[in-house]
Design a binder for this molecule. Structure first.
Ligand SMILES: [Fe+2]
Length: 233
């Protein structure tokens, strides 16, 4: 697919992007899960249990993400430009079928024994790889085409209000999973800005829990950059 299409809006100044950071997290989660499926040793039951648990968690997060987009973003687009959310809504219908097929493939790996388990795991790996490919294209379409619509039809204040509504509707357990993937996937300045906001606005326990969950997943260099950015707040 081409990176941009004619008519794509490239804003002269940065506009609120309601997709980018969540998608950076999802891209990281999808890639890591695909790698884990590829290297899974089907003779090691613990590894199989942990890998399949990650696939299930990924599918649950993708489902939650899809639901939020459909509840908050698509109606906002449709209200100002009828038909503008149709393309991604069709993709979502396809993704719902993929969730079911992948969940069935996960169960097949669980139930298979011996050599059969190897075949079932290979099937899951390949099916999951196609799901990742599909999602990478889909997220690109949302970031380019849907943002073009949102930026043309909404002010920054309206977009930030919509983002606030969406983010505050995410249950804490689900948010913890999002943050675990999203924060390490951001650049150091983006990460520092996000955590500055959390430190200044969230309860102290929520901030320290976020930092504690984050540390094992951050490279040492990134951790020190973050410490430097948060020092003195
Ligand atoms: Fe989507």
């Amino acid at each position: 697919m081409p990176i941009t299409k004619p008519g794509t809006m490239i804003p002269a100044k940065a506009r609120p992007d309601l997709y980018l950071f969540a998608h950076k997290g999802l891209r990281a989660f999808l890639g890591d899960t695909l790698n884990r499926c590829g290297r899974m040793d089907t003779g090691d039951s613990n590894e199989v249990i942990q890998t399949l648990a990650q696939v299930r968690e990924l599918l649950a997060i993708c489902r939650a993400h899809l639901d939020k987009e459909e509840y908050y973003l698509h109606p906002a687009m449709e209200a100002r430009r009828a038909g503008s959310a149709m393309h991604t809504a069709e993709d979502h219908a396809e993704h719902l079928r993929s969730f079911e097929n992948l969940a069935a493939s996960v169960r097949n790996v669980e139930q298979a024994k011996g050599d059969e388990r190897h075949g079932a795991a290979l099937h899951l790996y390949r099916e999951f790889a196609l799901f990742v490919a599909d999602n990478l294209e889909h997220m690109h379409t949302e970031e380019i085409e849907n943002n073009t619509v949102l930026w043309a039809t909404h002010s920054d204040a309206e977009l930030l209000a919509l983002q606030k509504q969406l983010v505050s509707s995410i249950p804490p357990a689900e948010m913890a999973v999002f943050l675990r993937w999203m924060i390490p996937a951001m650049s150091a300045p983006e990460r520092a800005a996000l955590l500055t906001g959390i430190k200044q606005n969230a309860p102290a326990e929520a901030f320290s829990a976020t930092m504690g969950n984050l540390k094992p997943h951050l490279a040492e260099r990134d951790w020190y950059k973050l410490m430097a950015a948060l020092a003195g707040l």
